[in-house]
Design a protein around this ligand. Structure first.
Ligand code: SAH
Length: 254
């Protein structure tokens, strides 16, 4: 075979391979525009659930199904997409972070809520935790103090069709009184004490899951009872601080 035939044969084979790969990557289930190098997000999610979440003891089937379904990569900035299913928190801008997948799953399980329940979240951030709860069929009311993050989260949740997640921009200290009582309250920024209005808005028998403390924080479950609250500490965690009204309250006491 003449040299030029051989090389055009190689060229044709390379082109066929390239086109094949392009076509394989062209019709993703999510319908996003992608190229040949697109990671298999579904596979990455499956591995995330098995290796990071199930092995650490999360068992709630609704939580596991939600973690398998929510496209975490859509909630992180483009530069971090490839890392979105890793076992770590990631930056989401404005010095804030999206929590580690395991922590999202654990907190969702600790709430002990089910489809149809109303849950209040303080600290929308990227909107990922809200999406996980929404995917469990929960009606989510979430509040974010940073306008930029708030608007972006609203957009992401709307684009992905989570129409049972409602986002409000502002200080979450006062909760969302018009929608109270809640079957669960999840706080994803750390205050050094429990914001009183959030206890008020919790239904009797319901739980609040909240990281408490300054630098060293404990993830706490606070269950509201007829005559007060029962508290238990779960694991040490590291969240960004809760800002706004709660900080002013701290100053009053100093
Ligand atoms: N749940 C988020 C991650 C939370 S990061 C996610 O899934 O991506 C903590 C968020 O709490 C930050 O975005 C921060 O701006 C927000 N935050 C801090 N103090 C707040 C307050 N008082 N009210 C509402 N949001 C607050």
């Amino acid at each position: 075979m003449p040299a030029h035939d051989r090389s055009s044969g190689i060229l044709r084979a390379t082109l066929a391979l390239f086109l094949g790969a392009m076509m394989a990557g062209c019709s993703p289930p999510g319908g996003q525009a992608v190229g040949a190098e697109r990671p298999d997000w579904t596979d990455l999610r499956e591995r995330m659930v098995r290796q990071q979440i199930e092995t650490r003891g999360v068992k709630d089937e609704q939580v596991l199904a939600a973690m398998r379904s929510v496209p975490r990569h859509r909630f992180v900035p483009d530069d971090y997409r490839e890392a979105s299913y890793q076992d770590s928190p990631l930056p989401i801008g404005e010095s804030q972070t999206i929590s580690q997948p395991y922590i999202v799953a654990l907190m969702s399980e600790l709430l002990e809520v089910e489809a149809g329940d109303k849950v209040l979240e303080i600290g929308t951030g990227s909107g990922y935790q809200a999406a996980v709860l929404a995917a469990m069929g929960v009606e989510v009311y979430t509040v974010e103090i940073r306008q930029g993050l708030c608007e972006r989260a609203k957009l992401t949740l709307a684009e992905l069709g989570y129409d049972n997640a409602y986002v409000r921009c502002g200080d979450g200290y006062g909760g969302w009184p018009e929608q109270a009582p809640f079957a669960g309250v999840i706080v994803t920024a750390a205050p050094d004490r429990i914001p009183e209005p959030l206890i008020d808005q919790l239904a009797v028998g319901a739980r609040m899951v909240i990281p408490l403390g300054d630098f060293y924080q404990q993830l706490m479950v606070i269950k509201k009872t007829d005559d007060g609250v029962e508290e238990r500490s779960v694991i040490p965690v590291r969240f960004v601080p809760m800002t706004g009204e709660i900080e002013l309250q701290g100053e009053d006491e100093d």
